[in-house]
Design a protein around this ligand. Structure first.
Ligand SMILES: Cc1ncc(COP(=O)(O)O)c(C=O)c1O
Length: 400
């Protein structure tokens, strides 16, 4: 698929021109870091210029209304009251902020699953090493037949000592949508607080934080909402907000202001930083929602359909079975590779695909799975042909 100059040429979508993505790369990994459209980056550049032209005026007068506007728009998008939302740089920070704010003791258990994202699992281990709290792991099978298996596996590990459950809304290594609402309901009935890591959820699936009703929820805006990097949020149930502090203590801690909660005063200012990624969230919502006549719901549906078709193509080409029902997939899907590869080959397979075929796709090293996993993403700039090309490339590698 290389042209005479050695560049990869594969038909891309008409939408690709809205992104800066290298046209020579078949980019099937929106999930890892998102990709921000040029139009949204242009807004960010304008905001940065506004800041640099008069930094004192910007931070003195302009910064807070811009931040509050972004918060209001985001609140509407994720179905929350803006009063319950603060910005953080990323979901990892959201998870850490909650875990490091709560006090645990040696009798406490924190429940999570074997699908937990490595960085957040490390945060749990850190808390455990400091406090003596025990990390309890619910074993969720993969391949999996139904969302009920997730509920059963999690609920089985709840005990009278369970203080908190850290659960992913959409898992990283396996791309599964967990039945979060039912889990929240059942855990809350047993008095367990829930921290949801929704790193992939905003923009991939329709969200109503009000309906989910979790105690804490963090989500990234730089992945599927397509905001610039460093844009994420933390939602905290109102009666818990006074306990949750940012990782960096700054001016908000003793601010005499009474027009905002201490929760927002503290998280809104954690020291001088570039806040423009947050301020672009309304533009990202508007831009992505304008690409198709049916707005966000059509976009989400289209990405979902594309990834399902792509999964089928790949499973057929590789002779493997889909590892989960369609209802557990948003716009990322994971395909277990044939037995010839295992986790030791993850970097080699990734590099072969990138170096020899110009394909950027997530090859997942997940030691819970005996099979090496490939995770594909579908965003509007992708086309069905790109996944056929991936299937061809993997089949060629398999036969080498
Ligand atoms: C489930 C999950 N949690 C957390 C993260 C971390 O996101 P970030 O690096 O933006 O903090 C990811 C990233 O892919 C993820 O998949």
């Amino acid at each position: 698929m290389k042209d005479e100059e050695g560049k990869f040429t594969l038909q891309t979508s008409d939408f690709q021109e809205f992104w800066s993505l290298d046209p020579g790369v078949t980019f099937l990994n929106h999930g890892s870091f998102g990709a921000c459209p040029k139009a949204v980056l242009a807004v960010q550049q304008k905001l940065r210029s506004q800041l640099e032209i008069e930094p004192i005026r910007f931070f003195g007068r302009e910064w807070e209304p811009l931040l509050d506007h972004a918060r209001n728009q985001l609140a509407e998008f994720v179905g929350a009251d803006s009063q319950d939302l603060v910005f953080v740089n990323n979901a990892t920070t959201g998870v850490n902020s909650v875990l490091r704010s709560l006090s645990f003791c040696a009798e406490d258990e924190i429940l999570t699953t074997n699908h937990e994202y490595n960085a957040c699992r490390n945060a749990l281990d850190f808390i455990a090493s400091r406090t003596g709290a025990r990390i309890v792991i619910a074993q969720i099978p993969f391949p999996i037949d139904s969302p009920q298996q997730v509920i059963a596996a999690v609920m089985e590990r709840v005990s009278p000592q369970t203080r908190l459950a850290l659960l992913d809304h959409i898992t990283s290594q396996t791309g599964l949508i967990f039945p979060i609402q039912q889990l929240v309901q059942q855990l809350q009935q047993l008095g367990v607080d829930i921290l949801i890591d929704g790193a992939h959820a905003p923009g991939m699936i329709a969200l109503s934080l009000r309906e989910i009703g979790a105690t804490y929820y963090t989500g990234n805006c730089h992945k599927w909402l397509c905001a610039p990097k460093g844009a994420a949020f933390l939602y905290v149930q109102r009666d818990k907000q006074s306990q949750i502090r940012p990782l960096t203590i700054s001016h908000g801690a003793n601010s005499p202001r009474t027009d905002k909660t201490r929760f927002q005063l503290e998280f809104d200012w954690t020291g001088t930083d570039d806040p423009t990624a947050y301020m672009c969230i309304p533009d990202a919502i508007a831009f992505m929602g304008s690409l198709l006549r049916g707005g966000w719901s059509e976009l989400r549906q289209r990405n979902h359909q594309l990834v399902l078709e792509a999964r089928q193509v790949l499973c057929q080409a590789l002779g493997v079975l889909p590892p989960c029902p369609e209802e557990m997939i948003g716009s990322m899907a994971v395909i277990p590779l044939p037995a010839a590869w295992d986790n030791r080959h993850f970097l080699a397979v990734h590099d072969e695909l990138f170096d020899n075929f110009g394909i950027q796709v997530q090859v997942v090293p997940w030691y819970e799975s005996p099979r090496l996993l490939v995770r594909i993403s579908a965003q509007i700039y992708n086309t069905p042909e790109q996944y056929v090309y991936l299937a061809t490339a993997l089949s060629k590698l398999q036969n080498c």
